[in-house]
Design a protein around this ligand. Structure first.
Ligand code: AGP
Length: 606
């Protein structure tokens, strides 16, 4: 998604704007730009592609203004070309935007009829002309901005500056996040605390409908009914977290290798390992009274939820309904009042997940969320939060957040099982002991990278890749396929192994490697049959298992050996090989591993 930054500075701001945009690169983008007010006049520089192109433009044509906006664009309306890059600007107003203006066509027609000439295909340019039209009607800048905002429908985070106004910047939020940064004689706007970390750790998050009117000395915030409101200024931790790659080539590699540590942190925040007990924040609902848990998430977080479903139903004997957030509320699922709705999200800003949370809240559900960004909208709108302590996850492909989500879900299943009497104190000790061993086992799995580099050569030649899993390992097959396709661009599909004969086996030939996620559990022998069916048709099998190769009963292209552990914690371990397979294949393919094409780290539009 797009990244926004604005600065009311004491010196020239163009360089600082680009530095802040660099901290937003992880969100994914295809063009960037800055605009400043200098001697009352607006000016801008924009460039397609990466920030280095914008920096080159600025070095050739510097900007000296002390008031400015910056933007990284992830194209929604209009091609990713310079003409459509933000800031959108005329001689009176400059605007940057994250989100989608849903009524932009209607507004565009109205404004065109009033003589406004549009230069781009974007929805954002509508905002520029709407504000300009209000200025043309004699409104002062703040009134013009507020009047224009009231006409907008859809999702937007906006930052606006004006010609002739060196000490004014306006921010507005309806959906995608936007934060005010409080400096010393300076004031800032940013999409998140990470962007503002170089300037300040004192942050105010705008709520939906808020309009912030900023000067270097003041920050006034107005709600949608124009009432002045107080929003708390909080200390952000982002500034103390140096987000860099360390000794790793990519953020994704760094984050894969951080998993032993961050899984340990997340488990440690819920488990008393000495006592062998799980202690969760109070859910605010009697576990014995929970008749159904509704889980909703997107992408990798959804696959974590699928694993959670197995755990909650197996250990806490609670019926679980799960759906991707973009589908959940359109099914109009019957939700009994007092039910528990659980949302899983790394960013805490995914539009579909947030919209589903709000739907469930309206339906009287108790809202719990498993979130990595503690200050995010979803965290703030939940009744109870189970934080994952993965730290900032910069790589677009989610890795450490996924295993930390699994850690939190495992603890939730144990805690609810104990509270409902479906697992004994002894079983709780056994399961928490198994969890205690996970960081060590994950660390062991990270020492085998040359094996994955060799495997990557095999996969890089594939037309398609099939991932198979049974039971609780089926979501791992789905996650493995998503990881591979989203960063290597090789088509991959995850299937329940038992489904192979119902269609996918038609795909199998020498060009289609089959990756089988199969611990030596009670389902292993059934999966052996699937592997033999694949082998009989020339398919190459990559087995990820703690079973011996001999037990596969067929030729294996390769066998990734996993330690034998309590079956409860297998998903946390088996996530690592599927991450490493995807990573090393993408590196070999030469793709942009941390910022894959067309993807964004946080999808803040539906
Ligand atoms: C995962 O590798 C993807 N980047 C994507 O599927 C992601 O998991 C999904 O967009 C959900 O994001 P969230 O966890 O921030 O809500």
């Amino acid at each position: 998604m797009c990244g926004i930054v604005g600065i009311l500075g004491t010196d020239a701001v163009a360089g600082a704007l680009v530095d802040a945009l660099r901290r937003l690169e992880y969100r994914g983008y295809d063009s960037a730009g800055v605009a400043t007010v200098e001697n009352g006049r607006l000016d801008r520089r924009r460039a397609e592609g990466k920030l280095k192109n914008l920096e080159l433009r600025l070095s050739n044509q510097p900007l000296q203004g002390r008031t400015g906006l910056g933007h990284t664009r992830w194209a929604t309306h209009g091609k990713p070309v310079e003409r459509n890059a933000h800031p959108h600007m005329n001689d009176r107003v400059a605007v940057v935007h994250n989100g989608i203006i849903e009524n932009f066509q209607e507004l565009r027609e109205e404004l065109t009829a009033r003589g406004h000439a549009f230069q781009t295909e974007t929805d954002t340019e509508t905002v520029l002309h709407l504000i300009t039209d209000c200025l043309d009607q004699g409104l002062v800048p703040v009134a013009a901005a507020k009047t224009a905002l009231r006409r907008l429908k859809g999702a937007f985070a906006l930052a606006i500056i004006f010609a002739g106004e060196d000490n004014l910047m306006i921010g507005a939020r309806q959906g995608p996040p936007l934060a005010v940064g409080h400096g010393h004689g300076e004031m800032y706007l940013g999409s998140d605390a990470i962007a503002l970390a170089p300037f300040t750790d004192t942050i105010t998050y705008l709520e939906d409908g808020d309009c912030a009117v900023l000067t270097r000395e003041t920050a006034e915030i107005f709600a949608s009914d124009d009432r002045k409101v107080d929003r708390p200024a909080i200390k952000s931790v982002a500034s103390s977290l140096l987000v860099d790659k360390g000794n790793f080539r990519h953020f994704m590699a760094k984050e894969i290798h951080e998993q032993p540590e961050v899984i340990g942190h997340t488990l440690g925040s819920f488990v008393d390992f000495a006592a062998g007990q799980v202690h969760l924040p109070d859910l605010g609902i009697d576990p014995a009274q929970i008749r159904k848990v509704s889980i909703s998430a997107c992408g990798t977080a959804y696959f974590a939820g699928m694993v959670g479903k197995y755990w909650l139903e197996r250990y806490a004997r609670i019926p679980v309904e799960i759906d991707v957030a973009s589908e959940f509320r359109y099914r109009e699922p019957p939700l009994e009042k007092g039910g528990l709705a659980l949302f899983i999200t790394q960013s805490g800003e995914t539009a579909d997940t947030l919209a589903t949370l709000r739907h469930c809240k309206e339906q009287g559900q108790r809202i719990a969320s498993i979130v990595n960004v503690r200050t995010s909208t979803i965290a703030r709108e939940s009744h109870v939060v189970l934080p994952t302590l993965a730290g900032p996850e910069i790589g677009v492909a989610s890795t450490k957040a996924f295993t930390c989500q699994l850690a939190a879900l495992a603890c939730l299943a144990i805690a609810l099982g104990r509270a409902r009497g479906t697992i004994s104190e002894t079983e709780e000790k056994v399961l928490t002991h198994a969890l205690a061993e996970v960081p060590r086992h994950v660390s062991t799995l990270l020492h085998n990278e040359p094996h994955y580099e060799r495997l990557a050569h095999e996969l890089s030649r594939a037309r398609d890749v099939l991932y198979l899993g049974r039971g609780i390992n089926f979501p791992l097959a789905l996650e493995g396929a998503l990881k591979l396709k989203e960063i290597s661009y090789i088509h991959a599909e995850g299937y329940a192994a038992g489904e192979l004969k119902h269609g996918p086996i038609a795909l199998i030939d020498e060009q289609v490697p089959v990756i089988v996620v199969a611990p030596a559990d009670e389902l292993f022998d059934k999966t052996v049959s699937n592997m033999q069916e694949v082998a009989a048709r020339g398919g190459k099998i990559i087995l990820i298992s703690d079973a011996s190769s001999e037990r596969a009963g067929c030729a294996l292209e390769t066998h990734i050996q996993i330690p034998t552990v309590h079956s409860f914690v297998n998903p946390l371990l088996y996530a690592v090989p599927v991450q490493l397979i995807a990573y090393h294949t993408a590196v070999l393919m030469g793709t942009d591993v941390d910022q894959p094409r067309n993807l964004a780290k946080s999808v803040t539009v539906e």
